[in-house]
Design a protein around this ligand. Sequence first.
Ligand SMILES: [Zn+2]
Length: 164
Amino acid sequence: MILVLDAGAFFAGFEPLALQRRAYTVPEVLEELRSQSLKVKIALEQHLLEVRSPAERYLKHVQRAAAKTGDIAKLSRTDMAVLALALELASEGQEVAIVTDDYAVQNVASALKLRFSPVAEMGIVRSFRWYKRCTGCGRRYSAAHPRDSCEVCGSPLRLRRRKG
Ligand SMILES: [Zn+2]
């Protein structure tokens, strides 16, 4: 699965070296970050993070969906680009999830039948002291994750405390 990151994922404390899969974002997100952190630079250099602009027709598709759900006024140009990129990657046959805490983005993602995940669920930020860890594959989930077994391998999850 490919992750598409919105600006919120970076502001929440993006940990590119903890990424276990390829992530994408749009140029508008990096512009919003003003000065790129060293971590983001490393992620770009190591191709953990790819930057790509969606084609115009996917932006149009997102605009139409957002107009239908009534979220269009709540979405920034950046939000639309993130959704359009996820749609474009999905249309290429990739399995995609948008990483966002923005309710309007999540709502439009649902309307477009795109998967999304709150930032804290992806195990790429340090905002929580406690987390659940899969005893099988080691994947991390937030402490608030509703299930006690791993979505990937089905092994039990154990609550762990973050060091430091
Ligand atoms: Zn697992």
